[in-house]
Design a protein around this ligand. Structure first.
Ligand SMILES: C[S@@+](CC[C@H](N)C(=O)[O-])C[C@H]1O[C@@H](n2cnc3c(N)ncnc32)[C@H](O)[C@@H]1O
Length: 370
């Protein structure tokens, strides 16, 4: 993108802050501790077999938080102990009664698997004689269900508005965002002028430990780094450079005599990052239906954006993209579920496309979201 001439919206528009009616305007709300607790209880009741870590990761709480709630539910008799050797109800399961030979020659591990909640029913369902296979299958299914039961985007979780980043985005409260993902125009002028505003806004709105991921082409990487580190107060510091590989093509950057297949995502952190270990490579296949480029010329691959959001945010987090373009972040966040969004762009056309995409998602989901 850096090698094409495109119009810079920030030159054509004065800073404007229009909150249009439509799929926006409700307050962005963080999950409270009590709400997180309810989510954990719901998951534990539906999927007691899931590990505490899986649930914790998906909801964005600590493992001990989940463990304590599990113990409470066990104490109240709502959940069974995970492996209760005194409980012999498994031995009366109709599948076992009908297939007594199942027990013959079972190893210790297979016997434990067989006694585990749900395994005999799963074996019955798929007609299997292998408790460990059924247990693995059950675990896989429950893990997938854990992901998909995350709340997809709700109307109340999305705020979309038109704004110039140079305003500092006063609409967004201090410390209310866990991840800023921004794909800046790659022209030198845009980078020089807008990067300091991006850094200042991100350092104000990010919560402690939150990340700014700034995507940019290679041509002016030096300027981006210089501006980011100069503009930000001491709370925002350089963490790493993530390479974003675009198999769509390898455009020639004539002036530098380079053909390039990568973009850079400069990762800045407010305070100290304590999230998962990150690999510094992301593959960005084009959207299968080409929606990324067809809907908005600068649109990013939703597959890759989804990976970014999944790796750098947790369920319940608020993600902000203040150069949202065609709304790839909205689509990716919806697919992922459980995130709240604040999206803005100076270009009214971009805002309209983003709103339309969100409206389509919400309409398709009506009656399904809970
Ligand atoms: C590279 S595109 C973003 C594409 C987007 N990530 C997507 O997937 O569709 C950069 C965006 O920055 C916006 N922009 C340019 N100047 C801006 C400014 N001063 N404030 C806010 N947005 C601006 C443009 O309108 C454009 O949509």
């Amino acid at each position: 993108m850096g090698y094409r001439t495109t119009c810079l919206w920030y030159n054509r528009y004065r800073p404007i802050f229009i909150e249009e009616s439509g799929v926006d305007t409700l307050q962005i709300k963080q999950f409270t501790r009590a709400e997180k607790r309810d989510l954990v209880i719901e998951r534990l009741k539906k999927m007691p077999e899931l590990g505490d870590m899986d649930i914790a990761h998906n909801i964005g709480v600590s493992r001990s938080f989940v463990w304590k709630i599990r113990q409470e539910l066990i104490g109240q008799g709502v959940l069974k102990k995970r492996e209760n050797t005194n409980d012999d109800s498994w031995s009366r399961h109709p599948y076992l009664v009908a297939n007594k030979e199942l027990l013959a020659g079972l190893s210790e591990k297979s016997l434990i698997a067989l006694r585990t909640d749900g395994v005999l029913s799963k074996m019955q369902e798929i007609g299997s004689l292998s408790p460990r296979y059924a247990q693995r299958l059950l675990h896989k299914e429950r893990k997938a269900a854990n992901k998909s039961t995350a709340v997809n985007i709700l109307e109340s979780d999305v705020k979309v508005f038109q704004a110039d980043i140079r305003s500092g985005l006063p609409e967004i409260a201090d410390g209310s965002v866990q991840l800023c993902f921004v794909d800046i125009p790659y022209h030198r002028r845009a980078i020089e002028e807008l990067t300091p505003h991006i850094a200042m806004t991100a350092s104000r709105i990010l919560s402690d430990g939150g990340s700014l991921l700034l995507m940019v082409g290679g041509s002016h990487l030096n300027i981006v780094l210089e501006k980011l580190t100069q503009a930000a107060d001491k709370s925002l510091r350089f963490q790493w450079d993530i390479l974003y590989v675009c198999p769509r093509g390898t455009p020639l950057i004539q002036g530098r005599r380079v053909t390039t297949a990568v973009k850079h995502i400069i990762w800045m952190v407010k305070g100290k990052y304590s999230g998962p270990i990150q690999h510094d490579l992301i593959f960005a296949p084009p959207d299968p239906d080409n929606a990324d480029k067809e809907l908005y010329y600068h649109g990013q691959s939703t597959v890759a954006v989804r990976e970014i959001l999944e790796r750098w945010s947790s369920s319940g987090d608020t993600i902000c993209d203040f150069m949202c373009g065609g709304g790839s972040v909205a689509v990716a966040a919806h697919e992922l579920g459980g995130r709240k969004l604040i999206l803005s762009d100076i270009n009214p056309e971009a805002v309209a496309i983003t709103k339309k995409r969100i409206a389509e998602i919400l309409n398709a989901n009506r009656g399904q979201v809970h």
